[in-house]
Design a protein around this ligand. Structure first.
Ligand code: HEM
Ligand SMILES: *[C@@H]1O[C@H](CO)[C@@H](O)[C@H](O)[C@H]1NC(C)=O
Ligand SMILES: *[C@@H]1O[C@H](CO)[C@@H](O)[C@H](O)[C@H]1NC(C)=O
Length: 336
């Protein structure tokens, strides 16, 4: 009997997987209550609507593609992928006003996509899933891979500034710290090196890196000796010495700042990664080997496959599913 049960379940999973691939039927069960195509019956047009809205958003302002990709990191690493980053502070200050959220953009765009989905399928699609779908589409619209995402997350009700500042790795992190920040979220060295490749698109403010890399490396009043010596003067020209609040933007991958490609790994390999945390990937045997391989790869195939897998892993961090959490109408507003 038990064997029969296992067989029947296996058949159901295979059939469901085939149906999802052909775009026709049942959701495919995934991790811990998540599923690929979770909204297949309740809001079949959900993923198309998100993509259509993202297309417009990115057309209006291309800098929002990287911003919305980063948004998923800031949601998922802090109390899990539960849209708690969206909640507006009340008496106590929330994640949104944490120091680590300084310069984070995308709040209005997530709310805009949510409003669209509320028109079509009221109280059905969570803000947490919208963040994950928007990040997926941000990558796709930057010429990156388009991969299937698990959905079925629900929205959390708790947001604390201290969690944001504790759980997000600062840009000055070394390789040992980075691996710890990731491992407490159930992510390994491969997720770290693959997801860091997200820095192939977007930009950073001088205040995020100039002190560490240009002016006061390790508090020693000098430039980071590992930084490429031809690249450093360009960065110095852009960033005023000693101003930790300098908001001037610098592209993280200057050759192709809005194209999702392998040039991040060529940058890092030639010591032109922007942050200490990018450079740090050369200080571990496994992450270094990966950087080397991707820097010289002549196809994006392997990287794109790895990226889909690593983003799926990040999308599983501390998710609320089933009866946990809630579906909010307005992502930024507490319901109580
Ligand atoms: C490994 C540890 C990481 C550190 C220390 C880090 C740090 C940072 C910092 C400091 C910025 C610039 C913020 C600013 O000055 O405005 C940034 C930008 C960005 N990060 Fe990361 N990050 C990390 C991992 C990731 C991951 C896993 C992703 C994947 C989603 C990601 C995606 C991005 C994107 C797309 C941007 C550009 C944002 C924009 O242009 O608006 N980062 N990151
Ligand atoms: C942000 O950092 C500053 C300086 O370290 C600190 O005084 C302030 O309390 C922090 N803000 C929050 C919301 O944690
Ligand atoms: C560099 O950092 C050290 C240690 O944090 C500090 O004492 C020093 O004043 C800084 N120097 C400059 C030029 O900012």
């Amino acid at each position: 009997m038990a064997l029969l049960g296992v067989l029947v379940r296996a058949v159901i999973i295979v059939v469901a997987a085939a149906a999802a691939v052909s775009g026709s039927g049942l959701p495919v069960p995934g991790f811990d209550g998540l599923a690929i195509g979770f909204y297949h019956e309740t809001c079949p047009q959900a993923e198309d609507l998100v993509l259509a809205e993202m297309r417009e958003i990115v057309q209006e302002d291309r800098t929002l593609a990287p911003a919305l990709l980063r948004f998923m990191l800031h949601d998922c690493f802090v109390r899990g992928c539960d849209a708690s980053i969206m909640l507006k502070s009340r008496e106590k200050i929330g994640e949104r006003d944490a120091n680590s959220s300084y310069s984070l953009r995308g709040y209005e765009q997530i709310e805009r996509i949510k409003a669209k989905l509320e028109d079509e399928c009221p109280m059905t699609v969570s803000c947490a899933d919208i963040i994950v779908m928007a990040a997926r589409d941000a990558v796709f619209l930057s010429n990156g891979p388009r991969y299937q995402v698990e959905t079925g997350r629900r929205d959390g009700k708790v947001s604390c500034t201290i969690d944001a500042d504790n759980d997000l790795p600062p840009p000055g992190s070394n390789i040992v710290d980075l691996k710890i920040y990731f491992s407490v979220k159930n992510l390994g060295w491969k997720d770290l090196v693959v997801l860091s490749g997200s820095h192939t698109i977007g930009r950073a403010q001088c205040g995020s890196f100039a002190r560490d890399r240009l002016y006061n490396y390790s508090g020693e009043g000098r430039q980071d000796p590992s930084l490429n010596t031809a690249y450093a003067p360009e960065l110095r020209k852009a960033c005023v010495a000693g101003d930790p609040f300098d908001k001037t933007y610098v592209d993280m991958d200057p050759g192709s700042p809005y194209t999702f490609d392998l040039s991040y790994y060529r940058d890092v390999y030639s010591n032109r990664g922007l942050f200490v945390s990018d450079q740090a990937l050369l200080n571990d045997r496994w992450t270094r080997q990966y950087v080397e391989r991707m820097a010289s790869a002549d196809s994006t195939d392997e990287y794109f496959r790895d990226y889909a897998e690593a983003m799926t892993n990040m999308g599983r961090i501390e998710v609320l599913t089933g009866d946990n959490g809630e579906i909010r109408k307005v992502c930024g507003a507490y319901v109580d």
